[in-house]
Design a protein around this ligand. Structure first.
Ligand SMILES: [Zn+2]
Length: 306
């Protein structure tokens, strides 16, 4: 399928909490956007039922040429099936989303992991425009990663490459959902930051407020953020030395925190890496937020690989 404004695609971004969906044209413009709560408790089939229901609604209003899905979980992109999903989406593992939607609607369907979609969305329309090689790292409940080479996501042997969150940061450290201990995401995800806030202040503070407090010179907020960013930078140090990437894009809700986050992170990473790596490295925050997931899914349906 070619791009262009005449192509119209229904796009869904399925997460454990929300399903965001919309209609995009083949130029990546968002014509319509909405979100619903994910009916995760009812299981994976019910979640796909929700997608079908809203795709039907979109089809009543738009002449869709295809359906593009970005979703949580490890995805076999070739089959469009879920290899593995955590308990945030019970009963999701093993579902063939592509087959179910193609059978229902008779339209071409593409399905990929949400971090891969975010990376390609940023490549197409955001922070990684014009950059054919880069890493995308999303800080959220966990830490996701995508490795983009020559404008395509590197999938690995089982469509599972780029699990940056399970690099070991502290051997023997905190237990991780993966079954091991001391993983990067136990220290440097935004959930880990929330936990640090709780430990330090004995109460939870929304992260945007924490950043505001730090910007206003609150020493406690600065202290917590500083230690968290040290750990974020520590993981990035390994990634930089392995990949020598010209660009790392930081995504997830935390990327809305702008220069305060970016400038400190750039400094902390710079002090840890060898000079030759530093000269060639750019770190940027994602520009398109959740829209990138929808855009990246559509990008893959259009098969725009150069
Ligand atoms: Zn782990």
């Amino acid at each position: 399928m070619n791009g262009g404004t005449e192509v119209i695609v229904g796009a869904f971004d399925i997460g454990g909490t929300n399903i965001k969906y919309g209609v995009l044209n083949g130029a990546g413009d968002i014509l319509f956007k909405a979100k619903i709560a994910t009916n995760a408790k009812e299981g994976g089939k019910a979640v796909i039922g929700q997608v079908k229901e809203h795709a039907k609604y979109l089809l009543e209003h738009y002449e869709l040429n295809g359906i593009a899905i970005s979703t949580a979980g490890q995805i076999n992109k070739q089959e469009g099936s879920v290899i593995h999903a955590t308990e945030s989406l019970p009963g999701y593992t093993g579902l063939n989303i592509k087959e179910k939607l193609e059978n229902t609607f008779g339209l071409p369907v593409v399905v990929d992991n949400d971090v891969n979609c975010a990376a390609l969305g940023e490549y197409w329309k955001g922070a990684a425009r014009g950059q054919n090689h880069f890493l995308c790292m999303t800080l959220g409940t966990g830490i996701g990663g995508a490795i983009v080479m020559d404008g395509s996501v590197y999938n690995g042997a089982a469509y599972s490459a780029g699990e940056f969150g399970h690099m070991t940061l502290y051997p023997g450290g905190d237990a991780c959902l993966c079954g091991d201990n001391g993983c990067y995401e136990q220290y440097a995800s935004s959930r880990a930051l929330e936990q640090r806030v709780l430990n330090y202040f004995q109460e939870s503070i929304p992260l945007p407020e924490l950043f505001n407090q730090a910007r206003n010179g609150n020493q406690g907020a600065e202290f917590v953020l500083d230690h968290w960013m040290d750990d974020v930078a520590l993981g990035m140090k390994s990634l930089v030395h392995i990949f020598n990437p010209p660009l790392i894009v930081i995504g997830g809700g935390i990327s809305e925190q702008g220069d305060y986050l970016l400038e400190k992170l750039q400094k902390k990473v710079a002090t840890r890496i060898m000079p030759s790596f530093q000269r060639s490295l750019q770190i940027k925050l994602a520009e398109n937020g959740n829209d990138a997931n929808l855009q990246g899914a559509v990008y893959q349906l259009l098969d725009r690989k150069k």
